[in-house]
Design a protein around this ligand. Structure first.
Ligand SMILES: [Zn+2]
Length: 168
């Protein structure tokens, strides 16, 4: 808690458009600390995997956010099929659809399916933003970003005009 408080409060973030915090899996102390320190955050995006068992974790995450009054922007299904670099065909290594089912069951938006795409790893290693690529996976990323942006800046978000700097 102390380290997170220091990181959020003492870093000179400057004038940010967005502050995105990548949290470890689960509903432990870290997300709780973040939501206590930034009570007016715009919302959470839950990233899950396609297996049926992921439904349980997604359900827990949505319930956790709702208990803390944090808006749920939506669910993303990660590792949603493997895109073959040779023929472009998608193979459902871990099944497909768990994220979408979780979103439907919990009544939250489904933001999209991100496939396992070797290009994502290569672009990261090359230091090139993957979203600038012209591929199916990059399209999925852009579409998800558009939905999140719409949620945060649109009527569903908490506030369109507000202080950008978080003071703790
Ligand atoms: Zn192939």
């Amino acid at each position: 808690m102390g380290a997170i408080r220091q990181f959020i409060g003492d870093v000179h973030w400057g004038n940010l458009d967005y502050l995105i915090i990548d949290l470890p899996p689960g509903t432990g102390d870290e997300p709780l600390s973040i939501f206590q320190l930034i009570p007016d955050c715009d919302g959470v995006v839950i990233v899950t995997t396609p297996q049926d068992v992921a439904l349980l974790d997604s359900r827990k995450a949505v319930t956790f956010a709702r208990t803390l009054n944090v808006p749920v922007i939506g669910i993303i299904e990660n590792m949603s099929g493997f895109i073959c670099p040779y023929c472009g065909e998608s193979t459902p290594l871990f099944k497909v659809g768990g994220g979408e089912n979780a979103a439907r069951e919990m009544g939250v938006p489904f933001l999209g399916k991100i496939p396992i795409d070797p290009e994502i790893v290569e672009s990261g290693d090359d230091g090139k933003p993957f979203v600038s690529y012209n591929s199916e996976s990059a399209n999925v990323f852009r579409e998800i970003a558009r939905k999140v942006e719409h949620f945060v800046n649109g009527s569903e978000g908490r506030s369109v005009m507000r202080e950008k700097e978080v003071v703790i």
